[in-house]
Structures are given as C-alpha cells and as structure tokens.
Design a protein around this ligand. Sequence first.
Ligand code: CMC
Length: 428
Amino acid sequence: MSETAQLKIGDKTYDLPVIEGSEGEKAIDISKLRDQTGYVTLDIGYKNTGATQSAITFLDGELGILKYRGYPIEQLAAKSSFIEVAYLLIYGELPTEEQLKAFNFDLSHHTLVHEDMKKFFDGFPSKSHPMGQLSSLVCSLSAFYPESLKQNQTPEELNLSIIKVLAKMPTIVSWIYKKSLGHPYIYPQNKYDYVTNFLNMTFGQRTEVVDIDPVIVSAMNTLLILHADHEQNCSTSTVRIVGSSASNIYASVSAGISALWGPLHGGANQEVIEMLQKIQEDGGDTDKWIAKAKDKNDPFRLMGFGHRVYKNFDPRAKIIKKACDDILEKLGIDDEVLEIAKKLEEVALKDPYFIERKLYPNVDFYSGIIYRALGFPTDMFTVLFALGRLPGWIAQWKEMKEHKEPIGRPRQIYTGATNRDYVDIKNR
Ligand code: CMC
C-alpha cells in the first residue's frame, strides 16, 4: 500500500498522498488541500515547496551530490563538452556521434542574429550593465521570430526555437562585450565549435583570432558545464513560471536572465571578485572581513558563501577550486586575489558562525577568478553564468510544456486592511 501522511485540523483528520522520487526524496502531495480543507500552506521563499516533478537534475544538498540526467557532475566536467551536456539536458540522453554532429550543424547554422538587431546594441549606453542588455536582446528575438508566439507549435517548430536561442546567445553575449569596448563586432564562423566560436567572437580581432589557447577553451567548457542546470533555483523557477502562461521561449529565457542578475543568485560571481579586490586594496586583513560578515548590524555578507540547498559542500565549488589552480598555473598567472579567497575560505571554515549555519563556498566563489584569468571584465561574469545556464532553462521550459503543467499561480495570506470607505482627497 502506498504511504500517506495524515493532517489533523481541529477534530478532522485528512489523508494526504506521499510521493517518492527516483532518488528516494519524499513529498506530501497537497494539490487538493484547499478543496478538502479550505486551508493553503505558507512557505515564504519556497524553502519546503516542491514546485514540480522533474527528471532533469538531481541534487542532494546534505551529501553534496549533483547529477544531470543521472550522470555525476564530476564525470561530465572531466570528460564531456558543454554542447554534449546541453544535448543531454535538453533531450534526455547523451548524444551518439551522429546526433552530436547534427546538433552542432544545426547550431552553427543559426548563430547569426538579424542585422537589424545591431541597432539595439548601438542604442544601449556603452556602460550599461551586460545583464540588462542580454535580457532585453533575448526577449527581442521574439520580434524577429514571431512564429515562436504561435500556440500549439509542432515539436519540430518548438525545437527550431530551442536551436535558435541556444545558437544566438553566444553571438549576443560577445557582441555586448565588443560594444562595451567600442570594437567592431565579429561574426560567427561555422568552422568553429560552439565554445571556440564564442571565444573567437569575444576575443578575436576583426575577422578571426589566430590561435585560441586550448587551455582557455577547456576551462570555458568546464565552467559552462558546471553552470548548465541546478534544478528549481530562482531563475529556473522564473523560466518555468513565465513559460507556464504559454509565453514564448525568448520571453521566458529573458525573464530567467533578469532573475539570475541579482547578487544573491548569479550576480554573486561579480560581487565576489569586487569583494576580493576591496579586501586586497584594504590591506588583505581577512579576519576583519569575516568579522564584518558575522556582524548582524553590518549589511556585508561574504559573497560566494552559503547556499539554499547545499549544507555540506557545493560539488561545483570543489571542481572549480581545483580548476582555478590548474588554469592559473597553465596560463602562468599569479593572482593575489586567489590567495585572499583561499585565506577567507580557510578562516571561515573554522569559524563557529559559518560552521553552525553550514555556510560553505558556492560555485561563485572561485569562478570569477577563472573568468578574470581568461580576460573577462567583472561585469561580464553573470552573463557567462547565463550562457552556461541556458541549456538548463531550455530543458526545464521544454519539460514544463511536455508535462502540460498548469499556469503557476501561488496563493497568499492577506494581512492588509479589511473594509474601508473611500475618503475624498480634501478630507485625508
Ligand atoms: N555571509 C554571512 N552570513 C550568511 C551568508 C553569507 N554569505 N549566507 C547566509 N548567512 C547567514 C544569514 O545571515 C543567516 O543567519 P541567521 O540565521 O543568524 O539569521 C543564515 O546564514 C541563513 O541565511 P539565509 O539568508 O536565511 O539563507 P538562504 O538559504 O535564504 O540564502 C543565500 C542563501 C545563497 C542567498 C545566502 O547564503 C547568501 O546571501 N549568500 C551570499 C550570496 C551568494 O553567494 N549567492 C550565490 C548562491 S550560489 C549561485 C546560485 O546558484 O545562485
């Protein structure tokens, strides 16, 4: 017999079904609660709310486990490429050689953005934040591809929109960067793979870069893989909820980009480097900054530390920390902020404040140091996170559609004024 949970309200007892996931996670199904009892649940910040049943990513925050479609993140980061992982997330299986070839072919034939879009790049002030530009530009793709607005698209039509957004995003990101420098845009070239093409459009001069260091290509692949999906986080939940109103994929992804921008989410990678630089300029006294992070009267938080789900360690941070050492060594870079980051981590991990609250370095703590070593300016860091997270957003959006999930619409407990009579403005 399947398990049930019992809820007692007053003298009435209600049986609620228990759902079990494939990794043994359990949930009490309250989808009929209001109809049965008149009550709703209250869970601000959704700390205990499962918003969906998903077969894409599994993570165990207590054990520090992260798997995409059942494959451990450690294996994917070591052996796979970003585009192979994107295929896995979106279509559910690792591609065969032929499928990967066809996927790369499709992607490389949709990398161009409409020439009229260049006017948008020109319209932004050169110092405007890349995340604001990215969100607007991705949403504007819906104007160029109005077929994406059509309801009841065939699977082929839907797939074409997926290919388009995935293929065009690197072009948009690198052009945002070129615009910030006042340099000419570099067009995508079909001969390159996805990541090399992106690096060429970003760092190439005029037509093409002579040589892209394989260390840089490999580091970029690793970082993008580690960011590719993370189940129902803030931006992914945003993408699913926007998509649940039957919005098109460009609008849904654009909303995800806006959600990612915040410093408590993807924006933390920019904040971390700015924090480390500030500590460095301030003389490098890590104890002083740890004390500030612990002081409840001080708004300062140790950026890149803590996570809603990971309460032991963030497996992505473990891989990135090692990658950071390797990449800096291979590129012959000696970055003092890396030493400050390591010292901060060492001090924090011994401090009861951080131990009691289970605060550990997250994915953003070391990623910025690598981005910096690769030559990206700090305000591009969150855009790179978005580039990595894109296949996850797409996969989750597609799954939400395939499951025919209803429109997302939470309830609330109203705490405002009850009945009041309108008062004329002169009498207020
Ligand atoms: N520095 C100092 N104290 C912290 C920190 C931190 N980075 N993070 C959490 N705390 C304290 C917090 O003050 C609270 O203390 P108390 O119980 O005494 O009030 C306790 O730890 C629990 O924190 P919370 O804010 O209730 O936890 P949350 O699950 O709501 O927030 C978080 C998670 C990631 C937003 C938060 O840890 C944080 O703000 N970290 C810094 C920003 C950051 O690095 N974000 C990137 C997250 S990973 C990338 C991604 O996937 O988005």
